[in-house]
Design a protein around this ligand. Structure first.
Ligand code: SF4
Length: 156
């Protein structure tokens, strides 16, 4: 689901992402901007059709279950992955508030730091999302945080 930069002439870097059926797709296909309703359902269905024939769907879903809170990946929507996480988490993890821990880890991730740096340097938000392997909505939140954290009269 994320674009992989690859210098191999065959386009195969050994990373499962290099074999993804969604390579070259617009990020919006897998990170719909619709908030809900039939429009979101249509967007999710379109992305899932691509996932259906993807040779790395298993790898993608495993990755997405661990790190991706938004968008369609591995053939599942964010709501479906969240439901699957809830159904499979252990009582101990439930006690620790895993969702909160994951959110904190996500906030403090190296990808976020790199994304914030790219945004501060004027990077295009969609490209930052691709480069960091996160949704455009996530990048929008990072950008909002940058503005909120900027000193009065600061940039962007
Ligand atoms: S399963 Fe779907 S989102 Fe994941 S790599 Fe394949 S096409 Fe992309």
């Amino acid at each position: 689901m994320t674009t992989v930069r690859c210098d191999d002439a065959r386009g195969d870097c050994g990373d499962w992402r290099s074999r993804a059926a969604c390579r070259g797709s617009e990020p919006e296909t897998f990170f719909p901007t619709a908030a809900g309703g039939p429009e979101l359902a249509r967007a999710e269905a379109a992305a899932k059709r691509i996932c259906t024939g993807c040779p790395v769907r298993t790898e993608c879903l495993a990755w997405a279950m661990e790190v991706l809170p938004f968008g369609i990946a591995g053939g599942l929507s964010e709501a479906e992955r969240a439901e699957r996480r809830r159904a499979t988490r252990t009582p101990r993890r439930r006690g620790l508030g895993r969702g909160v821990a994951m959110a904190k880890a996500h906030r403090a991730s190296p990808g976020r730091d790199a994304g914030l740096a790219a945004l501060a340097a004027g990077g295009d938000r969609t490209q930052v999302a691709i480069d960091c392997g996160v949704s455009r909505r996530t990048v929008d939140r990072w950008a909002a945080a940058l503005v909120a954290e900027a000193p009065a009269g600061g940039a962007r």
